[in-house]
Design a protein around this ligand. Sequence first.
Ligand code: SIN
Length: 492
Amino acid sequence: MVGTADAAEPTEAVDVCVVGAGGAGLYAALTAAREGARVVLVSATPLAQTSSYWAQGGLAAALGSDDTPDLHRHDTEAAGRGAVRRTVATVLAREAPRAVHELQELGVVFDHDERGELALGLEGGHGRRRVAHAGGSATGRRVVRQLSAAVVEEPGIKVLEGARVAALWTTREEGRCVGVVCEDGRIIGARATLLATGGAAALWSRTTNPPGSLGIGLLLAHAAGAALADLEFVQFHPTAIIGVPGREGFLVTEAIRGEGALLLDAGGERFVQELAPRDEVARAIVAKLRSQETTHVDLDMRHIDPALFPNVVSALRDHGLDPVTQLLPVAPACHYVMGGIVADLDGDTTVPGLYAVGEAACTGLHGANRLASNSLSECFVMGRRAGLAGLDEPVLPGQLPPAPAPSAIMAPSRETRTALWELAGVEREGEGLERLRADPHPLARMVAACARHREESRGAHLRTDFPALAPALDGMHTVVRGDDPPQLERWP
Ligand code: SIN
């Protein structure tokens, strides 16, 4: 039966409905199904358009003999500039090694050194080598492919490819989420609904992200009454290609700087510690672009073994840029939104029955500046936790309310994307943010409201009119509920 907009009868009734087929969604679906749950996995985009698939970074996990989860937690907190939620960072650091082992059991082959040990890479802000890669910079692609194959073989999972969720279905009294409504009118009832829809960095005009990273899950959750938080904390990756047609915004992984690549200014001089946390490196580049009145700095990886990063090298060569003989023109681009749907340690949101994981969620793990490669680890650690927690939700009520009519989710105009880049980019200030608050796109307005509300500079949030960090705001999160102005809240 095909459901209609006002029917109370779902097209499908399952235990868990997972929305999004990147790393977090695939892993949550697999985890729940392996516990015996009936799962529907709704995926709007083909695999190759998820952020996880594009991920060049790896999984950060304390696996080295000189490393501990405590050191990993410490680096996560230091990078996050006083805004990381310690409980979540502790869980991530403790459970990330297991995530790597579980992926190995699922058939993911991580890179090994000549002694047969897991080869651990170094990235900005990490005090130890702790980033596990698969195929050099092809980690996301390899992991997503392997998980997709496992999902297809799992009898408990039904995949709805090319289906777009247009609304979350909630009960009137409790506001409990009982499933989703798709654009084509299909209604899926579920005890637990899990949003793993990725981030929103493609809302900014200059981005490293696939075009679908538009914060769809955030908009769905907000419309269903869920709280969002920390939308002012947006990470700009320092080294995205600029000025090369067909490769605009292409990310040159930080792991290459981990192997010794250098950043050079217009005079050929080094100007920043290349492995400082990302907020520092991006800021130093922007200052250099301004002082030297240029559009890019250069990344020099001519002395790096190209065999370590085969897909970066071939993607650049395809567009006439040979990293073995040429300097690469790079500048910051929007890469990752630390904010998102407020979620707790099991991905549970402020709406009962609704979970959020991966970049769509804001657990407070990343604070004001995400530590490199923590996000893929987060996808698997939190994907697993949410996949299990969803199984404890009560069965669907016998009497379900009418499902909402599906409505198209607003796409950002070119003007909105440019405005976000110009007014809520690496640097922002109150007057520009005030203008952005009048943007037609709801998420752009919420980003502006959060960024306007936080009158300080912290991590990736650099207010030129409030250049100092305000210690009173340590540990405070900017929370948006409905149309109310943002509130600063301290999370346990
Ligand atoms: C990178 O490889 O530089 C990006 C990885 C990440 O965003 O963590």
